[in-house]
Design a protein around this ligand. Structure first.
Ligand code: MCN
Length: 815
């Protein structure tokens, strides 16, 4: 369905479900991940704080230095005698006016630790075994402080994480529209819900890692890091080390997942490893240093997310129309806030989903606790916002005795109201304006897909057999593809093959395939003839990175811009060679040819030959150069300029794309669950998704992205939760205790369909898709469990034992 915006688009390759070209290499084990690199490098291990909150009163490294094979042991003190920036606090990435008390840590703890896992000492040794043994020889003495663990304790503010941050409040964001108090007063009905989403964390198969190499001849640094943002990490490291950018290069090798947490800090470990490589090289000791995160380090010292307590008050009329949505929430931000408020802002804005309450108020607090820091985790605050809104929608439906979807539909923003301006500011600093979307069309498809209208009968039949089944839904609108910009470089080689690069990195999203699909259509070549390079600052130095589902919109558009520029150049050259006006030429089948003519026949010229002709120096060594002689004389044609006035030689171009603001994807999920009446085990019987990410480059890849997201959403709904005790010790820092959904927990079939409302904000009408699958999953699953059980579900995740307890509380009349 195309209701708004430009027309839906497909091309020879764009829109086609072609298989991912990157997979063959990865599946046979030919991937090169961080730990595959630097086999001769010195290896790093860190002494990390075993305490959640303590003053450091002394560090004894003498014994560690004596361990055979140990090369160096560094503490914060060592950073003081280097570049002045080294000893400073880690940077704050994205400031915000509401972030009044931003506090960040140091690359190594200075005089206080604020969470278990914080790095204090770095050991560099011949191998990891020696480095770890040496870590055990290091004595750190502490004066203990009272840790602040959990949102309730942080709110009570009896103890403080940072002595100069009153109430443990890093930020208080307030915004809204309409007269909320008046609307609540006049609303025929009001309801208040107290909700909680537990802490969780992204668990990429590959943790963090960094390998650095110092070049003593060039006085330059090259480092490889498992990152989502190589260009910004490069810039941050250059600034820390006090080096000019041109002397620092950063490469993201194959990255085994990121899911948000590998974004542009830099991480303390990236700072320390690159710094140590330079220091040891300048001392003539070694040039290569590497650190690879182990899983326990990932749990206790990388990043977490989710973690919110919410209070929602809704005012509504007899038909379920939303008059007021009053939303207060507290977000657990851990010990430091290097990333800024993106997660908080996403919850505070994306809570609105596809709905248009008459009045809206948010009061959002970011609180410090003595736990691991928070960075975005796929969805980045949106699943929490959707949970709040969708739980409220179900509460309204139950209160009024109405169908849960009907209530939602009555509140939908309609296509004819697009673009819809909330007069709020989104996380990209631009206005919160939904560009296009048809939420009703998506919901119609979803009802069909899941069998919504006939489910009541199934529920009754199951009940008669003593079985409990329930159905639930959840909707979302997701701001995707924020700017400020992304670029791409495209070149047609004389072989006719295409090399293309973007500074954006890739972690498994299938960028090599989808970006090649765009370039292939623009240049009329096969996808297999295109090489896409990502995340290598030697190939493309300026970029923002992969997050906020921006790859397709941002780099995809930049590739399109650059490829179009190259196509124009190829036509110019071919026009001169073939004596055909430019307007009558097109790129097809690896040739520039007259519109409709056979590629390879008369009136056509191979792209490789056009590449030769566009170059003043015509190399007579390859096939294309030989063919080029029929269009020009000699290897070097001195008689005339080879290219038009003002043009540059070579079929290559660099293009950039910068959007006016984010584009808004949307969708809805529905799920049917069965809960065991005795064991309270929760089984998903059916999962259906309808999504809209505008024009789709590759439906197969998008479907894979959605399925991956749903799997993580199921994890968030039923399994994944980080558990701290009151001392700030993480109790489940291993995969024995932190439960991830395996293939056995994810339905073997997820019914997926989509609607298409192309965005008018980018040239190919795309919207993002990478996070969508996870966003409404918890809300939909909670609704389904609620439907099966008949009492409210207010927390996520919900395990069988949680459900068992709720049943008992319900029987006692406490819910
Ligand atoms: N795509 C498409 N058509 C569209 C939109 C997207 O074909 N209309 C394709 C893209 O070209 C890309 C993929 O779908 O191949 C995802 O695109 P996009 O939505 O633009 O997201 P990004 O490329 O920016 O990827 C980031 C996004 C995020 S924010 C997280 S978190 C996430 C995700 O992608 N982390 C992932 N998916 C992941 N997948 C894997 N395997 N690993 C991760 O760490």
């Amino acid at each position: 369905t195309t209701k708004a915006g430009p027309a839906a688009k497909t091309g020879t390759n764009f829109g086609q479900p072609i298989a991912r070209s990157e997979d063959a290499r990865l599946l046979v084990g030919d991937g090169r991940y961080l730990d595959d690199l630097g086999q001769d490098a010195l290896i790093v291990a860190f002494v990390r704080s075993p305490h959640a909150h303590a003053k450091i009163t002394g560090i004894d490294i003498e014994a560690a230095l004596e361990v055979p094979g140990v090369v160096a042991v560094y503490t914060y003190e060592d950073l003081l005698d280097d570049s002045p920036a080294m000893a400073e606090n880690m940077p704050l990435l994205i400031p915000h006016p509401s972030l009044t008390h931003a506090r960040t840590g140091y690359p190594l703890a200075r005089d206080e630790v604020k969470h278990v896992g914080e790095p204090i000492v770095m050991v560099v040794a011949r191998n990891r075994y020696i480095a770890e043994d040496a870590c055990e020889q290091i004595g750190v003495s502490y004066d203990f402080l009272t840790p602040v663990v959990g949102l309730e304790t942080a709110r009570a503010a009896k103890d403080l994480v940072h002595q100069d941050v009153p109430g443990n409040v890093a930020a208080n964001l307030q915004h809204g529209f309409g007269d909320i108090d008046a609307e609540l007063k006049k609303a025929p009905h009001t309801l208040t819900l107290d909700l909680e989403i537990e802490r969780s964390a992204s668990m990429p198969m590959e943790g963090k890692g960094v390998f650095a190499r110092w070049d003593t001849d060039e006085n330059s640094l090259t480092f490889w890091t498992s990152t989502q943002t190589s260009t910004s990490v490069r810039a941050a490291i250059a600034a820390r080390l006090g080096m000019p950018l041109n002397k620092v290069q950063c490469i993201a090798p194959d990255v085994g997942g990121g899911f948000g947490m590998k974004i542009m800090h830099p991480w303390p470990e990236e700072v320390m490893v690159t710094w140590a490589a330079r220091r040891l090289a300048l001392a003539g000791i070694a040039k290569e240093v590497k650190w690879t995160e182990d899983r326990r380090e990932h749990f206790i010292s990388s990043a977490h997310e989710r973690g919110q307590i919410q209070q929602v008050t809704v005012g509504f009329d007899d038909d379920g129309r939303l008059l007021a949505f009053d939303f207060t929430f507290w977000h657990d931000h851990g010990a430091y806030i290097p990333y800024g408020l993106i997660v908080l802002i996403n919850t505070a804005t994306q809570v609105l989903g596809p709905y248009k309450p008459a009045a809206f108020r948010v009061n959002a607090y970011s609180l410090y606790t003595n736990t691991v820091i928070v960075t975005p985790y796929r969805g980045a605050g949106r699943p929490q916002g959707v949970f709040a809104m969708e739980r409220a929608m179900d509460a309204i439906a139950q209160f009024l005795g109405l169908d849960a979807i009907k209530v939602r539909e009555r509140n939908f923003i309609r296509p004819d109201e697009m673009p819809y301006d909330f007069h709020l500011t989104f996380q990209d600093g631009r206005p919160l304006i939904y560009d296009t979307g048809d939420y009703q069309a998506g919901m119609d498809k979803l009802k069909e897909l899941v069998g919504w209208n006939t489910f009541g009968k199934l529920r009754e039949e199951a009940r008669a057999e003593g079985r409990r089944i329930g159905i639930g839904t959840g909707t979302y609108v997701e701001g995707t593809g924020p700017g400020p910009y992304e670029g791409a470089h495209v070149v047609i080689e004389t072989s006719g093959k295409v090399k293309a690069a973007t500074g954006l990195t890739t972690q498994g999203q299938g960028h090599q395939t989808t970006f090649a699909q765009i370039v292939a259509d623009d240049l009329g070549v096969a996808v297999s003839d295109i090489e896409i390079v990502t995340g290598d600052t030697r190939r493309f130095g300026y970029a923002v990175g992969t997050f906020a589902s921006r790859g397709a919109v941002m780099s995809g558009s930049a590739f399109h811009v650059a490829a179009q520029m190259v196509a124009d150049k190829a036509k110019q050259v071919a026009s001169q060679a073939l004596k055909i006006p430019v307007e009558q030429l097109e790129l097809r089948g690896g040739h520039v040819c007259r519109v409709g003519a056979e590629p390879g026949g008369v009136d056509s010229i191979p792209l490789g030959v056009a590449a030769v002709l566009s170059n003043p120096l015509r190399y007579a060594f390859d096939e294309a150069s030989k063919q080029a002689t029929q269009f020009s004389t000699g290897n070097i044609d001195m008689s005339k300029p080879p290219i038009a006035e003002g043009e540059t030689p070579g079929l290559e171009a660099t293009g950039y794309y910068s959007p006016p603001r984010s584009t808004f994807a949307s969708g809805a999920h529905a799920v049917i669950v069965e809960t065991d009446p005795i064991t309270a085990e929760i089984t998903i019987l059916k999962y259906a998704v309808v999504h809209d990410c505008g024009n789709v480059i590759n439906p197969r890849i998008v479907e894979g992205q959605i399925h991956g997201g749903v799997a993580q959403g199921i994890g968030g709904a039923l399994y994944e939760k980080i558990v701290y005790d009151e001392h700030g010790q993480m109790l489940n820092a291993s995969f024995m205790d932190f439960l991830l959904p395996y293939a056995t927990e994810v339905p073997d079939h997820i019914d997926t369909d989509h609607t298409t409302t192309p965005s008018g904000l980018n040239p190919l009408g795309m919207k993002g898709a990478g996070e969508a699958g996870v966003i409404p999953a918890s809300a939909a699953i909670a609704a389904a469990i609620e439907d099966a059980e008949g009492f409210p579900i207010r927390t996520m995740p919900i395990s069988p034992s949680d459900l068992f307890d709720l049943r008992q509380a319900s029987e006692r009349g406490e819910l």
